[in-house]
Design a protein around this ligand. Structure first.
Ligand code: MRU
Length: 345
């Protein structure tokens, strides 16, 4: 269950696998400037909440190599965090690396920031492994449905929800992993299907529109997805379409789990109403890449994420254990155990 390489920190360069070309083209990008990193994040060349956290940190490290002054570093962290607003980790990663850099004299900041990135990455991989074991223990045996991509491509480690799938497979508990294609950018069809295939895990792709009937039919024993931000009451933002899966799971009496590291819990967000939702270009809905299938000029509604209310979530699997309702208490406990700080949620 070793992750394959998707990110490398080689000061002054951040190397990332360009996910836009996958699965047919494996191309690496060498990023040294903040505007290059911003473009890569905006275009989803790098994506997935935990991997975005690493990119946020790397953005600060890159900036420190150009201008290690306090104001320049603060501005860089803010700039990176603003590129995609929903995944809390992008801002957290940038902020944590900023704090590490500001704690040392300007001449040492770039070196310190790059060292921070490497250590953050090491911890991230460890957390994925811990989370996967917690999740695999809890997951009912049988087939599972997942959404979007939460694997190595999303974290650099073995993944969150997909890490749970991998660990369940390793324990012999998993039948087939059903994978939604995840319109409009096809993270399920292009990325998750590819990751499962290369790991030898039985995968079955389905159109997003077939997911409700599959889940309600009782054919899957559980649904498990990742998260981009978890409010203190358990409301959870994840890839658009997650809410529909949770509703179908509730209707079908199928457990619906979120798998995400504790760093996804946002103590500043009391409920899902406070989670900012990223809207993406309308052109993504009417075609893919250079192929267009919708007529020009028809507007499109294209939120990248939706919020699943806590009452539809059977459990939130983290590296520190499974949080269950009432989430206000269980998440506050997890948050305290992780950070040592009280949450005001
Ligand atoms: O727009 P994306 O591809 O970055 O969205 C990714 C998701 O929604 C994932 O489920 C989430 O970030 C968790 S990744 C471990």
């Amino acid at each position: 269950m070793e992750p394959f390489p998707v990110i490398r920190f080689e000061p002054p360069t951040l190397h990332v696998l360009d996910q836009v070309g996958l699965p047919h083209e494996e191309r690496w990008l060498a990023l040294t400037r903040l505007d290059e990193l911003e473009e890569a994040i905006r275009a989803l060349r790098v994506r997935g909440a935990p991997l975005l956290g690493l990119c946020g940190a790397a953005g600060v490290a890159m900036a420190a190599g150009h201008d290690p002054g306090d104001d320049a570093l603060r501005a860089a962290a803010e700039r990176i965090a603003a590129v995609r607003p929903t995944a809390v980790e992008l801002a957290t990663g940038a902020g944590a690396c900023l704090a590490a850099a500001l704690a040392v004299p300007p001449g040492e900041r770039a070196k310190t920031a790059w060292a921070f990135c490497r250590e953050y990455f090491r911890r991230r991989q460890e957390e994925d492994r811990e989370l996967a074991e917690v999740g695999a223990e809890m997951l009912p045996a049988g087939d599972v449905l997942t959404h979007c991509n939460t694997g190595t491509l999303a974290t650099g480690g073995i993944g969150t929800a997909l890490g749970v799938v991998r660990a369940a497979h390793a324990r012999g508990k998993l039948g087939t992993c059903y994978v939604t294609e995840t319109r409009p950018l096809l993270q399920g069809a292009r990325l998750t299907a590819w990751e499962l295939q290369r790991s030898g895990i039985p995968a079955m792709l389905l159109p997003d529109t077939a997911a409700a009937s599959l889940v309600v039919s009782g054919r899957v024993a559980s649904v498990v997805t990742g998260a981009d931000r978890i409010a203190m009451n358990g409301d959870t933002a994840n890839k658009v379409g997650t809410l529909g899966l949770a509703l179908a799971a509730a209707r079908g009496g199928v457990p619906f789990y979120i798998a995400a590291p504790t760093s996804t819990i946002d103590p500043k967000c009391k409920t899902g109403a406070g989670i900012p939702i990223e809207f993406r270009p309308e052109t993504e809905v009417g075609g893919y890449g250079s192929v267009r299938w919708a007529p020009d000029g028809v507007p499109a509604w294209n939120p990248a994420f939706d919020v699943t209310p806590a009452e539809l979530i059977s459990g939130i699997v983290t590296e520190r254990g499974v949080a269950r309702a009432p989430y206000r208490e269980s998440l506050a406990r997890l948050f305290r155990a992780t950070t040592g700080e009280p949450s005001d949620g």
